[in-house]
Design a protein around this ligand. Structure first.
Ligand SMILES: NC(=O)c1ccc[n+]([C@@H]2O[C@H](COP(=O)([O-])OP(=O)(O)OC[C@H]3O[C@@H](n4cnc5c(N)ncnc54)[C@H](OP(=O)(O)O)[C@@H]3O)[C@@H](O)[C@H]2O)c1
Length: 259
């Protein structure tokens, strides 16, 4: 890479980015961050209307934004998503596997249906979306995949065993895909957030939030939860020319939770 201004390395102008689960939380923040960096962005959620509403909001600031419905738990969904995407774009530069579910399970009592639901959305869908997206990613001059994992993939938590293992599997797949696809010019990295203030973890009852947040905040060195944009900026880094020599890695952005 030739020398350029510092900001140039973080620009995403001309890049097409698909972010799964981008109707809210970290996924929506990634979509906003990418759009501000100049990328053309594809929003997905189970409801096309909800995805379109987010796409319209982001497009108001001048970005090119599309919305596609995607239910990760349905076999064949990855194929259908990439087919739908091909109507809008001829290449893909960035794939962010962000969509996931968190379910409380005791591994010792986990049912096959519960296992299949968590692994089906968090691991199976993400892996097969990488596969399906390959044909569009190889048309990019600088393709990057970022898989969202979780701190509990590194340090498992009793009661969340299936979720933790589904994310640990994605760290493993990240490494093997990076090894297999480096020759195709596709970088593959994972991003491990710590506790982030989103619907995924915050209690639905507002009366329980302060105590919950204080408990989560006490577990990391920064003494607070992350805002979704703090994770989105790290995903932008991994997706950008600034990370051009980085592949097969897991970047941890957790406020020191795992330190
Ligand atoms: N929040 C945290 O503290 C935290 C910590 C570590 C890791 N993470 C990881 O960060 C990522 C984003 O988490 P978040 O906190 O932003 O979660 P969130 O607020 O619950 O948002 C999840 C997103 O995934 C989509 N989604 C859920 N089920 C889906 C399905 N079956 N098919 C397709 N899309 C589906 C949702 O869209 P619809 O509901 O509109 O379909 C939504 O856009 C996840 O991979 C999560 O594991 C989060």
């Amino acid at each position: 890479m030739t020398a350029g201004s510092a900001n140039e390395y973080f620009e995403l102008a001309g890049r097409v980015a698909l972010i799964t689960g981008s109707t809210r939380g970290i996924g929506a923040a990634i979509a906003e961050e990418f759009a501000e960096a100049g990328a053309e962005v594809i929003i997905t959620g189970r409801s096309r209307e909800e995805a379109q509403a987010v796409a319209d909001r982001i497009a108001e600031a001048g970005a090119v934004c599309h919305a596609v419905a995607y239910e990760a738990g349905v076999p064949g969904a990855a194929h259908d998503l990439i087919a739908a995407l091909s109507a809008h774009v001829s290449k893909l530069d960035i794939l962010v596997n962000n969509a996931a579910i968190l379910r409380p399970h005791r591994v010792g009592r986990l049912s096959e249906a519960e296992f299949d639901e968590v692994f089906g959305i968090n691991t199976r869908a993400a892996l097969f979306l990488c596969q399906e997206a390959h044909s569009l990613l190889v048309r990019s001059e600088s393709a990057a995949i970022v898989n969202l994992t979780a701190a509990c993939a590194h340090r498992p938590i009793a009661g969340l065993g299936a979720y933790c293992a589904s994310k640990a599997a994605m760290i493993n797949f990240t490494s093997t895909l990076a090894q297999e696809w480096a020759k195709d010019g596709i970088r593959v990295n994972a991003l491990t957030p710590g506790s982030v203030a989103t619907e995924m973890i915050l209690p639905k009852d507002p009366g329980e939030r302060d105590a919950f947040e204080a408990e989560m905040a006490s577990q990391n060195l920064m003494g607070r939860l992350a805002e979704p944009r703090e994770i989105a900026r790290a995903v932008r880094f991994l997706s950008s020319p600034a990370a051009s020599f980085m592949t097969g890695q897991t970047m941890i952005v957790d406020g020191g939770l795992l330190a």
